[in-house]
Design a protein around this ligand. Structure first.
Ligand code: PBG
Length: 335
């Protein structure tokens, strides 16, 4: 062959060719922006480990949600920081709780924005665990699965009543999707979909989020309910169970260190698959970029494209609004 070296490079020669043969598309339609709401008024507290992200009060969150919708981002995921915490996380399922008030305000300010609420107790419990604490068979404190389910159902119902468009349980209790589905249906909310954090790993990459949500566990860690990072086949069982129990969208979390899980899940299941590019994954790039070691825009678009390439249909990302702007500026992969 005369010029074998041109075989693969012919279609990489110019931006038009590259645009035509690009296999993966990243679109703003696929992005969900996580936001944090806390009590007060006029609050806009920068989150140090997540540059560009803030804790908002209900009023500033509503304003900000209009901006998010204006960027073309279709959905937000809401996390609440309550007025006070107690052992049973009672502010999580109070009808006048912080997330319920935030949902109402956002739906008024930006009705077209899809408001998804994180359903979990860890931000609301004084011990920082995702459920009710009981002594287990080893004589150690552990989270009581079924006692927690009741509270999660109440929390999901409170959010649905406030007008949440979708609920997203993130606690990793067994049976919570089925329990929440039954609870929603029983109260007439059969139209509210569930996005389940199905394969959620006990990950070190949640560190900055726990600062933002003020939710680190006060003793031990979450490995008695979140998944072991070493396990992949188990993730398929988690996803299958959640789908069986009625999840409308399933999620893998974190994203970047778990692209193999996303790829397997995408091949195996035919329901929309979300991936959460979490706080620590975001913070790593931000820190490197601040040092001039990485180009943030290129790194971010490369990561988001990789998550799509692995097979995620939706991505939760703290870059959602930046990415919306970057995608308008040019193609997802730098030329
Ligand atoms: C639990 C929850 C967590 C995150 C989302 N929901 C933290 C945890 O499990 O400790 C992490 C998100 C992130 O790190 O960006 N309510």
């Amino acid at each position: 062959m005369a010029f074998p070296q041109t075989r693969m490079r012919r279609l990489r020669r110019n931006p038009t060719f590259r645009r035509m043969v690009r296999e993966t598309r990243l679109s703003v339609d696929q992005l969900i922006f996580p936001m944090f709401v806390r009590p007060g008024a006029g609050v806009r507290n920068p989150i140090a480990s997540m540059p560009g992200n803030f804790q908002f009060s209900v009023d500033t969150l509503a304003e900000e949600s209009r901006r998010v919708a204006g960027c073309g981002v279709p959905a937000i995921m809401l996390f609440g920081i309550p007025e006070h915490k107690d052992p049973l996380g009672s502010r999580a399922y109070a009808e006048d709780g912080i997330v319920c008030r935030a949902v109402e305000a956002v739906k008024r300010a930006a009705p077209e924005l899809c408001v998804i609420t994180d359903v979990c107790l860890c931000e609301y419990t004084d011990h920082g665990h995702c459920g009710v604490i009981r002594t287990n068979r080893d004589g150690a404190p552990g989270v009581d699965n079924d006692a927690t389910l009741e509270l999660l159902v109440r929390e999901a119902l409170a959010h649905a009543r406030a007008g949440a468009d979708m609920v997203a349980p993130s606690d990793m209790m067994d049976g919570r999707v089925g329990a929440i589905r039954a609870g929603l249906d029983g109260a007439g909310f059969h139209e509210v979909p569930i996005m389940a954090y199905s394969a959620k790993y006990a990950s070190s990459f949640y560190g900055p989020f726990r600062d933002a949500a003020e939710s680190p566990p006060q003793f031990g860690d979450r490995s008695a309910y979140q998944m072991d990072p070493a396990n992949a086949r188990e993730a398929m069982r988690e996803l299958a169970l959640d789908i069986e129990e009625g999840a409308d969208i399933v999620m893998v979390k974190p994203a970047l260190a778990y692209l193999d899980i996303i790829a397997r899940a995408a091949q195996r299941f035919d329901i929309p698959l979300a991936a959460y590019h979490v706080s620590g994954e975001f913070a790593m790039v931000k820190a490197a970029a601040a040092n001039g070691w990485l180009d943030e825009k290129r790194a971010a678009l490369e990561i988001l494209t990789a998550i799509r390439r692995a097979g995620a249909s939706l991505i939760l990302t703290y870059w959602a609004c930046d990415a919306a702007r970057w995608l308008q500026e040019g193609p997802p992969v730098a030329s």
